[in-house]
Design a protein around this ligand. Structure first.
Ligand code: GAR
Length: 193
């Protein structure tokens, strides 16, 4: 069994997709949110998964916060960390401690619409503003940069006339994110990636 932690900040639809996928040889041992109001915490509780909120606001510095986050993962014997809409930048210390064992889902086809400032709805706003006809989602390994690590899986999604950022976001989630994130976790757990 691969023990994974899923780190979240908001609605947690990707967390739900991981729960619903019932991935062979994977145990979701922990959900961590930086945001006490995240609906993802309720999803975890509903699924009987241990869920904790670690907010940077409750720590004297970012460094202390990141140490607490890393300790929490290590105390739970977490082997793979999954960033599923987690809006806090991961520390270099954590990247080193979990080298090649942190993955992230990003709502575009990297290297388009990624890096600093590109998260959530902003990604889809930028894609529509640029007028691309195809977008999608990417699962990648997290390194010291922002969205710069090796790409594991990608899936393309069509942009349609009349799309709003919200409509496009939903289509990218349904047709790409909720499929490739559980798939990547399963492949990692079963030695296929
Ligand atoms: C998802 O679209 C995810 O790809 C995005 O945040 C959303 C979280 O939704 N992540 C990023 O933009 C990271 N740069 P969810 O809480 O419903 O899974």
């Amino acid at each position: 069994m691969l023990k994974i932690a899923v780190l979240v900040s908001g609605g947690g639809t990707n967390l739900q997709a991981i729960i619903d996928a019932k991935i062979p040889n994977v145990e979701i041992a922990l959900v961590v949110s930086n945001n006490p109001g995240a609906y993802a915490l309720t999803r975890a509780q509903n699924a009987g998964i241990e869920a904790v909120c670690l907010s940077p606001k409750n720590y004297e510095s970012r460094e202390v916060y990141h140490d607490a986050l890393l300790s929490c993962l290590q105390e739970h014997d977490i082997e793979l960390v999954v960033l599923a809409g987690f809006l806090v930048n991961i520390s270099e210390k954590m990247v080193r401690s979990y080298k090649n064992r942190i993955i992230n889902i990003h709502p575009s086809l990297i290297p388009s619409f990624c890096g600093k400032g590109y998260y959530g709805l902003h990604v889809h706003e930028a894609a529509l503003a640029r007028g691309v006809k195809v977008t999608g989602a990417t699962v990648h390994i997290v390194d010291e940069g922002t969205d710069t690590g090796p790409i594991l899986l990608q899936k393309a999604v069509e942009v349609k006339a009349g799309d709003t950022p919200e409509i496009l976001q939903r289509r990218v989630m349904e047709e790409a994110e909720w499929i490739i994130l559980p798939k990547a976790i399963g492949m990692l757990a079963n030695g296929e990636l």
